[in-house]
Design a protein around this ligand. Structure first.
Ligand SMILES: NC(=O)c1ccc[n+]([C@@H]2O[C@H](COP(=O)([O-])OP(=O)(O)OC[C@H]3O[C@@H](n4cnc5c(N)ncnc54)[C@H](O)[C@@H]3O)[C@@H](O)[C@H]2O)c1
Length: 255
């Protein structure tokens, strides 16, 4: 893809699942990637998987719910690698529970990671992009944020929230040469999805019935997403902003 080689990217959630697959792809494309993740050992494993590829991986233990920690890690990344140009917000978390059985502490945790996390990254990193007159951002939401998902009411609210937030930021920042888009995965076989399976008494059957509901007849895998995320961060996507794209085997189809 055009315009990725040599670019400096911050990517949250790169220790696992979709974030790990995306980190590997961006490093293959020649990006210098700073992984911000709570799971340092997982991020180290991602870095090992990137060995020998053209770009570089730098890893930082960061809790994205903590704005000060995001500032510190961004400062260190820019000191290590140079000014950040690309941002991929991939970190996320949920455990499916019917909304009426949840409590305020659970809402705070879900909102902290899935909404405050991306807000913190935008507030810190996108500000620097604006100051320099260039930036590209992809935020991973979910089809839950477009069509809902039983047992994931607060998570869905956050994921719908980042879609509306991105559209607004895309309008505010278009003239600053910062473009922002959203990718919505459908059900995807990652450690996060294991939380979903273990919340259901029928476990594996849940995965089978979800797969049957997907026109392409399978769950997503982490490798289904990096192509779209890398494209939206590349110069090939330079005239695309404020868009929401489902990568979910046809589960949701928006005109
Ligand atoms: N797996 C699915 O079915 C699915 C479906 C739709 C959307 N998504 C979204 O895709 C993204 C990636 O999910 P995944 O399935 O790869 O999950 P995953 O659990 O494999 O990876 C999530 C990563 O986020 C990190 N993380 C969580 N909280 C953090 C915090 N406070 N600070 C820093 N890092 C933190 C975790 O350590 C982990 O490395 C998430 O935003 C998720 O909501 C996943």
């Amino acid at each position: 893809m055009r315009g990725l080689a040599g670019r400096r990217a911050i990517l949250t959630g790169g220790a696992s699942g979709i974030g790990r697959a995306t980190a590997i792809r961006l490093v293959e494309e020649g990006c210098h990637v700073g992984i911000f993740d709570l799971d340092f050992a997982g991020a180290e494993q991602t870095a090992r998987l990137c060995a020998g590829k053209p770009g570089r991986v730098l890893i930082y233990k960061v809790d994205i719910t903590d704005r000060d920690a995001v500032v510190t890690a961004t400062d260190v990344f820019e000191n290590d690698a140079g000014p950040v140009e690309l941002l991929a917000n991939v970190a996320g978390w949920d455990i499916p529970v019917p909304f009426l059985d949840t409590d305020r502490a659970f809402w705070d945790k879900v909102i902290g990671i899935n909404l405050y996390g991306p807000l913190n990254l935008h507030h810190v990193v996108v500000k620097r992009m604006v100051d320099r007159g260039f930036g590209r951002v992809v935020t991973v939401s979910s089809d839950a944020g477009r069509v809902g998902s039983s047992g994931e009411a607060v998570y869905s609210a956050c994921k719908g929230g980042v879609i509306a937030f991105t559209k607004t930021m895309a309008r505010e920042l278009a003239r600053k040469n910062v473009i922002l888009n959203v990718v919505c995965p459908g059900p995807t076989d990652t450690p996060l999805f294991d939380n979903f399976k273990s919340s259901s008494p029928s476990g594996g059957k849940l995965a089978e019935s979800l797969a049957r509901a997907i026109p392409l007849r399978r769950l997503g895998t982490p490798d289904d997403y990096p192509g779209m995320i890398a494209f939206l961060l590349s110069d090939d996507a330079g005239f695309i902003t404020g868009q929401t794209i489902s990568v979910s085997g046809g589960l949701t189809m928006h005109g």
